[in-house]
Design a protein. Structure first.
Ligand SMILES: *Cc1c(COP(=O)(O)O)cnc(C)c1O
Length: 711
């Protein structure tokens, strides 16, 4: 796709390395470790201190250092090689051109409330956003003409601090857009804006452009003159708890997003909604046709085939719904424009509960989309059951909701050391074969000790990183010594290390492994077989049970009997995620089945050779083959939560004690566990090709995008 803005020329760079400025403005660099090195090598300390932000680096670095780099032969060799890659990335023939030439000039629009692209652009809260970010990166790699729409949150997502007593504190960090890879979209030096009409006022939004490889991402921003103070805050934060703001945000995303693409002269051929937050786009598309003479029924029929909806929520309560009075308050102007009465309008998305009717965003999307899917096989099945009432004449298995299991963007999450190892042992173009299962049998040729050495290196790197984080936090003050211990300073880089990091929602049961503390302490504190567990994660600021769960975990972690082997790391984000999924030995996930629609962090861990130890839910239920990791509990329904929790905990302790720990410490004379490595190789062979966004985006193309072009 073409870009509509030019990155500002605001750096004072020597001519020989002037393109660093251009690179800083294309997030392509975030999935090219060599590009990160190119920035880092200029000044490693500054690079770390600025949180891997190349724009700030280029703004703050001394000119002398730049001049020096521009004369350094080694540096220039790296620079030239990298830009050769960068340029050929945009020109070489893509998978889409080869396999689906029909997408020429037929863009796919992708709407999401959040995008997790890099830690320096904190416009994501968790898995949903990271999945969206990975979807864009992969679409770029595959040459799929995708355009994305979301929000430029002025305050970003909060940073997390944990008080001495374990309570989560939320710090808001107003973002400085000048430090971020965003460029305002303008025409004749004036911002291009769109308007939304609410009954008592209009809201205006401007549009920022982000370059994600070849994919443009457009971010709406209501912080503009002309809007009242409250409306200016509409796009300040993710997921306002206040329902008025929440519904206005979603109108802005769905309706405003369509208008933004029109204002930018795009005419997408497919419209993909990542979760129900964007469902209002279906109405705006219908409204366009009603304005040119169609009835609503005709308009809905005509637009249906191009709408694609992905649901991520396996429980009715988790889905986005609004009370009807809010619809009256904010959308009363819309129903005559759709040629509908209020009743007809409400009927489209009505979800009837014992306590009354609500306007359901997933119902709206399901009814007005030609293609819908859940994000794993089990989640597809659960969704068909959950939404069967919308198609009362159909049997559950015929409910038109399919599934596309999530994946992760391999280059974004794989450690550089591991990529280097693959480069050494595989063909140069190994990355092109990523999603070919047979290709990965080549792993058998990689010597065990080389793989083991990479794993050890990555765990050491994690331990040192945690130490530097604590040092920094300790120096800032207000941190109790026991918190220093709880943050991982006593971590042993040679001990078996388990990671548990994700959003703290109660169904994820972070405390399952703590349910019998005495037993756990006995297991982790055995001589010569130490085990450590690293926890991390944020709770939504309005989620009191989630925050209480963090507190419970934190209070346990602080106990002296843990020996500093249980730790909680503050402020989980994509940067910490990268260190954890690359550095630990085992990735644990203990959701209450079947509530984890897919889960993706375990895939990031697996592609780095980390073994999963998880409940048979979401993606792991599909990936687990009996020897590429371990399961917790059984693939079945339990009579009650109590029974389920007790059975899962018992299974967890048993497997940890009798299988995982002995296997890890069963070493040959060179201190290598060959059985462990055999499992690692199995995990990588089975998971890398299947649970990648390469497989996932291709599947979206085959199942949804390409068929939509024909409708
Ligand atoms: C991958 C990722 C998630 C999602 O993790 P799940 O295991 O799917 O819950 C959440 N937050 C961050 C920062 C991530 O990188």
């Amino acid at each position: 796709m073409k870009f509509l803005t030019t990155p500002p020329q605001k750096f004072d760079l020597p001519k020989r390395i002037v393109r660093l400025g251009e690179l800083a403005y294309n997030l392509w660099w975030t999935w090219q470790p060599e590009a990160a090195r190119l920035f880092g090598r200029l000044d490693y300390d500054l690079w770390e201190r600025l949180g891997h932000n190349p724009i700030r680096l280029l703004q703050e670095i001394s000119h002398g250092r730049l001049v020096q780099a521009a004369k350094d032969k080694d540096y220039l060799a790296l620079y030239d090689a990298l830009f050769e890659n960068f340029d050929s990335y945009f020109t070489k023939q893509s998978w889409t051109q080869q396999a689906h030439p029909e997408f020429d000039n037929k863009p796919v629009a992708y709407f999401s409330m959040e995008f997790g692209l890099h830690e320096t652009l904190p416009i994501y809260s968790g898995g949903l956003g990271v999945l969206a970010g990975d979807h864009l990166k992969e679409s770029s790699d595959l040459g799929l003409p995708l355009i994305a729409v979301g929000f430029m949150y002025g305050q970003g997502y909060f940073s997390q601090r944990i008080s001495e007593d374990g309570w989560q504190e939320a710090l808001n960090n107003p973002l400085t857009f000048d430090h971020l890879p965003v460029t305002l979209v303008t025409k004749n030096n004036k911002p291009i804006t769109i308007q939304i009409e609410f009954p008592d006022r209009n809201i205006t939004a401007q549009i920022w452009e982000v370059r994600v490889g070849r994919v443009p991402l457009y971010l709406l921003d209501s912080n503009v003159e002309g809007n009242n103070d409250s409306d200016r805050l509409l796009t300040a934060r993710l997921y306002w708890s206040d329902l008025d703001r929440r519904v206005m945000q979603e109108v802005l995303l769905g309706v405003g997003g369509v208008r933004a693409l029109r204002a930018l002269d795009y005419s997408p051929a497919v419209w993909h909604m990542n979760e129900g937050h964007a469902s209002f786009l279906t109405l705006e598309r219908a409204r366009e046709l009603v304005a040119s003479g169609s009835t609503f029924a005709e308009a809905a029929q005509k637009t249906l085939g191009q709408n694609v909806f992905t649901t991520h929520t396996p429980v009715p309560a988790g889905n986005d719904e609004f009370p009807l009075w809010l619809m009256d308050k904010y959308l009363a102007k819309l129903w005559p424009e759709l040629g509908l009465t209020r009743e007809e309008f409400v009927d489209i998305a009505k979800h009837t509960h014992p306590r009354g009717d609500a306007y359901s965003m997933p119902v709206l999307a399901l009814k007005l989309s030609g293609g819908s899917n859940g994000v794993s096989e089990l989640h597809g099945q659960v969704s068909r059951g959950m939404w069967n009432f919308l198609w009362p004449e159909k049997e559950e298995k015929d409910v038109p909701i399919k599934h596309v299991t999530n994946g992760v963007h391999t280059a974004n999450w794989m450690a550089r050391r591991l990529k280097n190892l693959f480069e050494k042992h595989f063909e140069n173009d190994w990355y092109d074969h990523l999603d070919e299962p047979d290709f990965w049998s080549k792993l058998d040729n990689v010597p065990d000790q080389e793989l083991w050495a990479v794993r050890l290196h990555l765990k050491r790197k994690l331990a040192f990183y945690l130490r530097e984080r604590v040092r920094d936090r300790w120096t800032q003050g207000g941190f109790h010594p026991v918190q220093v211990v709880s943050s991982g300073v006593l971590i042993n880089p040679y001990a078996l290390t388990i990671g548990f990091a994700r959003r703290f929602a109660t169904y994820k049961r972070a405390n399952l492994i703590l349910s019998d503390l005495e037993r756990l302490l006995d297991i982790i504190n055995r001589p010569n077989m130490p085990v450590q567990i690293i926890f991390a994660g944020k709770a939504h600021p309005a989620d009191e049970p989630g925050k209480e769960l963090i507190q419970k975990v934190y209070r346990t972690v602080k106990k002296a009997e843990t020996g500093g082997r249980l730790v909680f790391i503050e402020d989980y984000d994509m940067n910490l995620a990268r260190y954890l999924v690359q550095g630990v030995d085992v990735w644990m996930n203990t959701p209450r089945r079947p509530l984890e629609a897919s889960g993706t962090s375990g895939m990031k861990a697996a592609l780095n050779g980390v073994l999963n130890f998880s409940v048979l839910d979401g993606w792991w239920r599909e990936a687990y083959n009996g020897h590429n990791g371990w399961s917790i509990g059984e693939d079945k329904e339990y009579p009650s939560h109590e029974v389920q929790d007790a059975a899962d905990a018992e299974d967890l302790y048993h497997t940890l004690e009798h299988e995982i720990i002995p296997l890890y410490y069963n070493r040959d004379p060179k201190e290598i566990s060959h059985e462990w490595i055999a499992r690692m190789k199995d995990t990588m062979k089975t998971i890398i090709p299947q649970f990648s966004t390469r497989r996932m985006v291709k599947e979206y193309v085959e199942k949804f995008y390409a068929p939509a072009l024909k409708k």
